[in-house]
Ligand binder design. Structure first.
Ligand code: HEM
Length: 323
């Protein structure tokens, strides 16, 4: 069961001075929906650059007045935060990673939006209305219709999300905790890493079933983890408990695309961006020179980091920005 936003402060765990504010954007912890639209926008006000700060602050104020569609999640990127000359602790732009074996590009946007639903027409109209309300200073840079495949599989056929933390552990992994009455205003917020990966399934088709299983490190049919998988296998590279501290994150990735071009829209929420970044660096081979075997059939074409503010009364709570 997804944990619902209750807009109240709950003590957790007992005897601890740490409190978790249950005011996160509820879509973060909800299950992967039937379909979703992911839209990334840049912030390019028409005014002269010296007025940029005022424009960015006005855009943030406007954002905080909009009622979010059910389940929608909104993330703010460094270009928008920097334009307003403010800071969010823990937010940074996504930096491209490149080695001779892999390239993880950065297409850092100012605003990341996620509109989940049952009906792709409805999610399109939700996104359209949202951006219409924001006005022309936000220009759409990436617009991806994603969908759930079977019970939550990647288009390669492998089940995705098995090792996601659940319930309280999901909350701890994805949502920023707060102390006392949360003087920072950060409690209940989250960070998200988003990357659109493009698959070359023809490359997967040419492999034997054993080779494919060794790319992922799991049996495609039973979803069992393979003890004899090579160190390059994705689940060996990404094993969350093999990091210090453990790199827990909440993945909500979904397949996207048509016959010609398709892949995975990767989404990971975290109480910080560090777990994602640690795993990505190891996947790139930056720790030990061994790149993730995923590179044998897929590569990302976009990448960005965003801060997902807490909510109050169905709207983003930007108290931390002191607007
Ligand atoms: C096209 C790209 C990707 C595909 C197809 C993919 C697919 C999968 C699959 C099939 C699993 C095993 C089942 C599960 O536990 O979910 C998995 C696990 C995982 N993936 Fe990915 N993944 C991709 C990219 C990434 C990226 C970019 C990251 C983070 C930087 C990542 C992090 C993880 C983590 C943390 C696990 C769980 C590992 C564990 O603790 O056992 N994945 N992925």
């Amino acid at each position: 069961m997804p944990v619902q936003s209750q807009d109240q402060v709950l003590p957790t765990p007992r005897d601890s001075i740490t409190f978790r504010v249950m005011n996160h954007q509820p879509g973060i912890l909800a299950d992967v929906p039937r379909t979703a639209r992911f839209v990334v926008a840049g912030f390019k006000p028409k005014q002269p650059p010296k007025q940029q700060k005022e424009d960015a602050l006005a855009a943030l104020k406007l954002l905080s007045t909009l009622e979010l569609p059910k389940g929608a999640v909104i993330g703010l990127g460094q270009p928008l935060i920097s334009a307003a000359k403010i800071q969010i602790e823990g937010l940074r732009p996504f930096t491209a990673l490149r080695t001779p074996m892999i390239a993880y590009p950065s297409t850092q946007g100012a605003l990341w939006t996620y509109f989940p639903g049952e009906d792709p027409g409805e999610t399109l109209l939700s996104a359209r209305n949202f951006f219409a309300a924001l006005g022309p200073d936000f220009q759409i840079e990436e617009d991806v219709l994603a969908y759930k495949y079977a019970e939550g599989r990647d288009l390669s056929g492998y089940e995705d999300g098995t090792e996601n933390p659940k319930d309280e552990k999901a909350l701890a992994a994805a949502i920023v905790a707060g102390a006392g009455n949360d003087p920072s205003g950060m409690a209940g917020s989250s960070f998200v890493a988003a990357q659109r990966w493009v698959h070359d399934l023809k490359k997967m088709d040419k492999m034997s079933q054993e080779e494919r299983d060794h790319v992922i490190g799991r049996d495609r049919v039973t979803n069992e983890e393979l003890a004899d998988a090579p160190v390059s296998a994705h689940v060996k590279r990404a094993a969350q408990e093999s990091y210090t501290p453990p790199a827990f994150m909440l993945r909500r990735s979904m397949p996207w695309g048509n016959v010609k071009a398709h892949g995975l829209y990767f989404v990971a929420f975290g109480a910080s961006l560090d777990p994602f970044e640690q795993v990505l660096r190891r996947m790139a081979g930056l720790e030990d020179g061994i790149p993730d075997a995923l590179a044998r059939f897929t590569a990302p074409v976009s990448g960005g980091y965003y801060w997902c503010p807490p909510m109050k009364d169905g709207r983003l709570n930007l108290r931390v920005l002191d607007l």
